[in-house]
Design a protein around this ligand. Structure first.
Ligand code: SF4
Length: 919
């Protein structure tokens, strides 16, 4: 070209000649081709002529290392994946999936390899900018980010002194402790829980607070959560992914479900958005948000009407044949029938003998079996029995009552409310009723609703009717949170000595609600929630600390958790509960929101610098965390940190000559001058490895295992403790719960000894929830649901600030909107938008997503408050809503138990409006 540049056509021509020349040269003619273009040199080889080539070893030697150490990640992901970490010259270079889980059976896909993209870049976190290196003391306002470096001794002296001050001045129940999910690193958990125990502090729950607890399970089955391990998904002939987006949230395990299709399974995806899991479904049901119980009950009606239920199973395993007094709506009890009769013995009508008979296996029954011994309990009909005073009592089986209730859920009505087609609903119901075994994989998508107990119970009813609970490939399998600590008895002995009887446990939802300005203006059955709370606490159903209501929580120690970032209504918590606390301590390996808003930050070792154990409900293996390197910088393992704190408490108590503290509530005279001796079990569990071995040695599941023995590869559990578990671990078979009940006829852990769908507690009767029903979400007057699900690029808030994960998305918080909702508000893709309601607002960018359902705005959760929001945060719009029925206690099997029963911190019923932000 005239300006001396080469045209594109000529460039291509030159390139082709050059390539041809290079090819000829490579063919070994021995002669270099003459230059096709004057001045163009074919003999120029940068590899040959470049003088310095030492850098090449960087690439060659990246595949050499000094050592490889097995570890995993402790982020509440449920993965529990075994990884090998490679070290060179004292630096962790990278991790690789270990791929050495022993195979359970040749008939099942195996667990190898396990992992996800977050785990594959954890070394970035170990050395990342967010890593905490030294103890820090706050010098500015909370959250301002002004710190000074402190020595360990200085920081611990401050904390120990304040904790002891609180005990003597305000009472031990003003010290509060929060940590989550022991299964992901039980030794780290126990370090702090033991300090809480010996100090008399309040240990706060997490599983109910995060709404991971499916309250339908304690109500119906008397358990916290029971689910099959993921290999059992392969045994199903029908899998219903209901509010569970397994391709994003169960990355290591999703393959079991999709491989099940090669084993004859049909997959149904139920979710308002057409998400990445639903792309694998044979049938997709794009349900309207919050109408899941409606659909379940509509399907139940079809199962019952078309006799697609398993009658023998229902008669034996469920409360459906138990008789209910028509007038009172309470179960017919022995106390109704006999002088001095019990309240925990129930009846059915035996069709074979033609008479009313006591049901075996209930809490008050002398029979510890639910075997019917030939009886045929009636499911239908109406009967009259003679009471203890000779009065006539009209009774009816639960099944008959349920049938009446289900009549409301006609196909037409259910289709209208759920937004689904009647044909799809009917097809789903008939498949569920005929494909054996069938399972529901249940997730947070449905569990985070206010009426989660009703939604759970309605879904559980389906697989109970079809007789699929307690069978491989079947059941209602809930996976939210890495809740299952398999060696549970060993863990509990370490975490809460003295059987937990001398420990202050507290439901965190209730504690946070009462002590913060999170206020719910709704009325339930005409009453404000405060009245229900008062009654529940007064009756001793739920604990509330501090016991002295004139006191308030004074200190909070948080470890292995990001309490403030993940707290519903955190904008309301900061000026109230947070402001009232005199001391907030955070033990952490990275500067997250809770650390930023704390007074003392203690640097913890990362997952790769600690000794611990790891288990999950998703598989039946245990494997270790090993110290790949000793704790970096000035960090310490959680166990060591709490050991040092225990020593400091002892030292301060001795120096101050503190007299024994009489803890009347727990009947314990506490001697803080020997605090570390108590904490460390007389020095027997002074180290992390000793603590890990203590857990292994004290649990049936890990009998004979040692920490050292886990180094070679993960080991499958050898047994299950019958006090804790409802099935055995069987050689060659994937674990699934409730075989003890279905095969061995052991009673269910409920008042009636059966799967209990009928709860005749007065509050349930008052609220019309004695049977599962469908209720509208509890919302405020805004048009869009605020949906904050678990996503694929972080585990809660962990990895939210990881640069590799940020590169896989837009790198900042984004809210997804349906194109029509966006267009109606004049919002284009990537616009700044303001999302608001009466609680608060946040300003973020919009992403237009056709797969999102109209009437919803979604932001994957966990973004730190300080991470890319123009204003506010994702929790600025949420608040705590406590469901009255979740405050009950002293009803058979339904009693407060840490992380087993108590109000859940639901968050799906929140509604918002969106507008374009002026930025
Ligand atoms: S983060 Fe969890 S799921 Fe991902 S690799 Fe680690 S243990 Fe597995």
């Amino acid at each position: 070209m005239g300006d001396g540049k080469i045209s594109r056509r000529r460039f291509l021509w030159i390139s082709s000649l050059s390539a041809a020349g290079a090819l000829l040269g490579a063919c070994g003619s021995g002669k270099e081709a003459p230059p096709a273009v004057p001045g163009f040199r074919f003999d120029y080889d940068p590899m040959r002529t470049y003088p310095y080539r030492g850098w090449e070893s960087l690439y060659e030697k990246q595949w050499t290392w000094d050592k490889v150490v097995r570890s995993t990640h402790s982020a509440n992901c449920t993965g529990s994946c075994s990884w090998q970490v490679y070290v060179k010259d004292g630096v962790m270079l990278r991790e690789e999936q270990a791929s050495d889980y022993p195979r359970i059976s040749a008939d099942l896909p195996d667990y190898n390899p396990r992992g996800c993209q977050k785990g594959a870049c954890f070394v970035e976190y170990v050395y990342g900018a967010q890593r905490l290196r030294f103890p820090l003391l706050r010098v500015g306002k909370r959250g301002e980010g002004k710190w000074r470096r402190a020595t360990w001794d200085e920081a611990l002296e401050l904390v120990a002194g304040k904790l002891l001050d609180n005990v003597y001045r305000y009472g031990p129940d003003t010290n509060s402790f929060f940590s989550v999910i022991p299964a992901m690193s039980p030794v780290s958990f126990c370090g702090g829980s033991r300090v809480a125990h010996y100090l008399g502090g309040v240990f706060l729950s997490f599983y109910d607070w995060y709404c991971d607890l499916p309250p339908g399970e304690p109500l119906t089955w008397g358990v916290q959560t029971e689910a099959c391990e993921c290999a059992d998904w392969f045994n199903a002939k029908m899998i219903v992914m209901w509010g569970s987006n397994i391709t994003q949230t169960r990355i290591p395990d999703a393959h079991f479900a999709f491989e099940a299709r090669y084993n004859g399974a049909k997959i149904v995806g139920i979710s308002p958005d057409f998400n990445s899991s639903c792309t694998h479904a044979d049938l997709y049901l794009g349900i309207a948000p919050g109408t899941d119980a409606e659909l379940a009950l509509g399907v139940a009606r079809i199962l019952v009407e078309e006799k697609l239920y398993d009658a023998p199973y229902v008669r034996e395993q469920t409360d459906m044949p138990l008789l209910v007094v028509e007038k009172t709506r309470r179960y017919l009890r022995e106390s109704d029938m006999e002088e001095n009769g019990g309240d925990e013995v129930f009846y059915f009508f035996d069709e074979k003998e033609g008479k009313v008979t006591k049901a075996p296996g209930s809490m008050g029954s002398p029979t510890r079996s639910i075997d019917l011994s030939g009886a045929v309990p009636a499911l239908t009909g109406r009967y009259v029995v003679t009471g203890r005073k000779g009065e006539k009592i009209a009774v009816v089986p639960v099944f008959e009552r349920m049938r009446t209730l289900l009549a409301r859920y006609t196909l037409k009505e259910v289709a209208r409310r759920t937004g689904l087609s009647p044909r799809d609903i009917a097809a789903f119901a008939r498949d569920l009723g005929t494909r054996r075994p069938a399972m529901i994989i249940h997730g947070a998508g449905t569990n985070h609703w206010f009426h989660n107990d009703l939604i759970n119970r309605a879904m559980m009813l389906l697989v109970a009717l079809t007789g699929d609970v307690g069978k491989n490939g079947g059941g209602f399998n809930h996976y939210v949170g890495q809740e299952r600590i398999w060696p549970e008895e060993g863990f509990k002995k370490l975490a809460f000595p003295e059987g937990g009887k001398k420990q202050r446990f507290q439901n965190t939802t209730l504690w946070t609600y009462v002590h913060s300005s999170n206020k719910d203006e709704h009325r339930y059955n005409g009453k404000p929630i405060e009245e229900y709370i008062e009654e529940s606490v007064a009756k001793g159903w739920m604990p509330l600390y501090p016991k002295n209501r004139k006191q308030k929580p004074r200190s909070l120690i948080v470890w292995r958790a990001n309490y403030l970032n993940q707290a519903k209504g955190n904008e309301k918590i900061i000026p109230s509960l947070w402001n009232d606390l005199d001391l907030i301590v955070n033990v952490n390996f990275r500067m997250d929101t809770t650390a930023l808003y704390s007074d003392v930050v203690l640097p913890a070792s990362s997952y790769y610098e600690k000794t611990d154990l790891n288990t999950t409900d998703c598989h039946s293996f245990v494997h270790p965390f090993n110290k790949v390197l000793d704790p970096l910088f000035e960090s310490r393992t959680d166990w060591d940190i709490f050991s040092a704190l225990a020593k400091k408490i002892e030292e301060v108590a001795l120096r101050r000559k503190l007299p024994p503290y009489k803890d009347d509530e727990l009947g314990w005279t506490r001697d803080f001058t020997s605090f570390h001796r108590q904490w460390s079990g007389d020095g027997k569990i002074a180290t992390d490895e000793a603590a890990a071995n203590f857990i292994l040695a004290n649990a049936e599941e890990t009998k004979g295992m040692t920490f050292a023995g886990l180094q070679a590869h993960p080991l499958r559990f050898v047994n299950t403790d019958p006090h804790v578990w409802n099935s055995d671990v069987e050689q060659g078979i994937a674990y699934t719960p409730f075989k003890h009940q279905v095969e061995k006829k052991k009673p269910w852990r409920t008042l009636v000894g059966r799967q209990q769908f009928y709860i005749d507690h007065p509050w349930f009767l008052d609220l019309g929830e004695e049977l599962p029903v469908s209720k509208e979400p509890v919302t405020d007057p805004y048009p869009l649901y605020w949906n904050t699900p678990h996503g694929r690029w972080s585990i809660h808030s962990t990895w939210r600030d990881n640069r590799y994960m940020l590169r896989l998305q837009r790198g900042m918080p984004i809210a997804y909107l349906n194109p029509l909702d966006a267009a109606a508000r004049g919002i284009a893709d990537n616009d700044w938008i303001r999302i608001y309601n009466h609680i608060g607002f946040c300003v973020v960018r919009a992403k237009i997503l056709p797969g999102e359902q109209r009437g919803r705005v979604t932001m994957y959760h966990g973004w730190e408050k300080f991470l890319g929001f123009r204003q506010g945060g994702w929790q600025s719009l949420t608040y705590i809503k406590i469901k009255p029925t979740q405050l009950i206690g002293k009803y058979g099997h339904v009693n407060f138990k840490l992380n087993y029963w108590g109000p859940t911190g639901n968050n799906r019923d929140v509604k918002v409006e969106v507008e374009k932000a002026n930025i």
